[in-house]
Design a binder for this molecule. Structure first.
Ligand SMILES: *C/C=C(C)/C=C/C=C(C)/C=C/C1=C(C)CCCC1(C)C
Length: 243
């Protein structure tokens, strides 16, 4: 109840030109609406698809709760809520890896595939956190390490074990897998861009000339596209496969 009151009652003025605050606010509503949508749709699917849609809802719901905190943090301190951001990611990105595993189970995906993807996603995020919050002077080195882990994930889903399973599953599962692959390649590539914008003085000394707080606008757009988009792909697959 206290948390509820906290969400609802802590209102303060949002300046017209506070784009960061605006995207945090819209982000929190979008994530909440998407969660309601996924949770309420659960009963329309065959049992074996429910877990996948449930996980879609968990991803957007965990994000919604973090967005409420991030929105207020930004509001109170005018600073990037880096800690909440990464706690959110370290919970939701592994769940996105679980989604790959869940849809590929029809082709015999093993839990080891899931753990591999989870492992690399955690490496990607922990190194990113070090570059942003712990050792910003070594921003590009940590960013590079994070980028390598990112490309391992890209490789596994586009060409590796996950791809092979998707091909052997064929049909709607293969189609959905391919769309998720594009999310990972293009949608996830939004994040390194935000990281570069947020690096003081720019990366490799190259300054984009925008305020570092723009990083959060980029991250917020990335989250909406990826978390809700991912969920909708799973939703469409579950709908088609339950007919
Ligand atoms: C819902 C949240 C998602 C899908 C977050 C994804 C985050 C990334 C793909 C972050 C990647 C990064 C790099 C590849 C290098 C620079 C550091 C990061 C952590 C921003």
């Amino acid at each position: 109840m206290r948390t509820f009151m906290y969400f609802m009652a802590d209102v303060s003025k949002l300046a017209n030109d506070d784009y960061v605050g605006f995207t945090f606010f819209v982000g929190s509503m979008a994530m909440l609406a998407a969660s309601a949508f996924f949770f309420l749709s659960l009963s329309q699917f065959d049992k074996k698809w429910r877990t996948s849609v449930l996980v879609s809802g968990l991803i957007t719901f965990i994000a919604a709760v973090h967005y409420f905190y991030m929105r207020d943090y930004w509001d109170a301190f005018g600073e990037s809520p880096t800690f909440f951001r990464y706690v959110d990611w370290v919970l939701t990105v592994p769940l996105m890896c679980v989604e790959f595993f869940l849809i590929l189970r029809v082709a015999g995906a093993k839990a080891s595939l899931m753990w591999k993807l989870i492992f690399w996603s955690v490496v990607m995020l922990v190194t990113g956190y070090f570059g942003e919050a712990v050792q910003p002077d070594f921003s590009w080195q940590w960013g590079l390490a994070s980028g390598i882990a990112y490309f391992v994930i890209v490789y596994i889903v586009w060409f590796g074990e996950a791809k092979k399973l998707a091909v052997s599953a064929g049909g709607e599962v293969l189609k959905a897998h391919n769309i998720l692959c594009w999310f990972v390649l293009v949608g996830w590539a939004i994040y390194p861009l935000g990281y570069i914008l947020g690096t003081p003085g720019g990366l490799f000394g190259f300054d984009f000339g925008v305020d570092a707080s723009f990083m959060d606008v980029v991250y917020n757009i990335g989250d909406a596209v990826n978390k809700i988009g991912f969920g909708l792909v799973i939703f469409a697959l579950a709908t088609k496969s339950s007919e």
